[in-house]
Design a protein around this ligand. Structure first.
Ligand code: B4P
Length: 191
């Protein structure tokens, strides 16, 4: 199964992906985590993206697509993969579709988390107090929301138009309640 977990910043993509990974043994591919690891290790890529991410902007499509192109094959071998934080633009979605098609695969399901913006901002500011992530400042949060509406939201329509199953999930409530909604909607059974 190839799934995408989709939603605005702070909607709980990473949080729910970790739960889905643990329970259903899907490989979890998070572009945000990969980029943060590059920044932490101060690699060439890390140096290139640190300032972009801290400002709340999306990193260039070419760069993120080449990262996913490298990492996806490792994840595709197992029972399935859950892609988190990618694609975030139509160009990225087209690149992903092409990569998958080369292996005879396609996106099977998109899990789209819906959370009102006021709740998103509260969650991210709470995380800022706990973790101090560089992009969790008020200015960067505003920019991330702007980028989401300008570039990322259209990705859902891209998949709907292709007839890919899109499951819209209410992402408000505690982590367990949201996970239960996902589990019921995608109907995958625990092993
Ligand atoms: P991401 O790492 O994807 O960051 P995010 O969208 O903020 O995270 P997410 O929605 O996963 O929120 P989380 O579960 O952590 O991207 C970071 C940056 O990387 C981007 O801004 C961009 O610069 C770059 N990037 C990544 N992918 C890219 C791409 N494809 N193209 C270009 N650039 C890219 O949850 C947020 C908080 O809410 C946490 O503190 C969590 O504990 C809390 N929370 C979660 N669920 C909750 C619940 N049910 N109730 C209460 N709190 C909850």
């Amino acid at each position: 199964m190839i799934g995408i977990i989709f939603g605005p910043p702070g909607s709980g993509k990473g949080t729910q992906a970790a739960r889905i990974e643990a329970e259903f043994h899907l490989a979890h591919l998070s572009t945000g985590e990969i980029l943060r690891a590059e920044v932490a290790r101060a690699t060439e890529i890390g140096k290139e993206v640190a300032r972009i991410m801290a400002a709340g902007d999306l990193v260039p499509d070419d760069l993120i697509v080449s990262i996913v192109r490298q990492r996806l094959p490792e994840s595709e071998g197992g029972p399935g993969v859950l892609i988190d934080g990618f694609p975030r633009t139509i160009q990225q979605a087209r690149a992903l579709d092409e990569m998958l098609a080369q292996e005879g695969h396609r996106v099977d399901v998109v899990i789209a988390l819906e959370v009102p913006e006021s709740v998103l901002v509260d969650r991210i500011l709470h995380r800022a107090a706990v973790e101090g992530r560089a992009d969790d400042t008020r200015e960067a949060i505003a920019e991330r929301m702007h980028e989401y509406h300008k570039l990322t939201a259209a990705v859902l329509d891209h998949y709907r138009k292709q007839g890919v199953r899109v499951e819209v999930i209410d992402g408000v409530g505690d982590v367990d309640a949201v996970f239960e909604r996902i589990r019921r909607s995608i109907g995958i059974s625990s092993r």
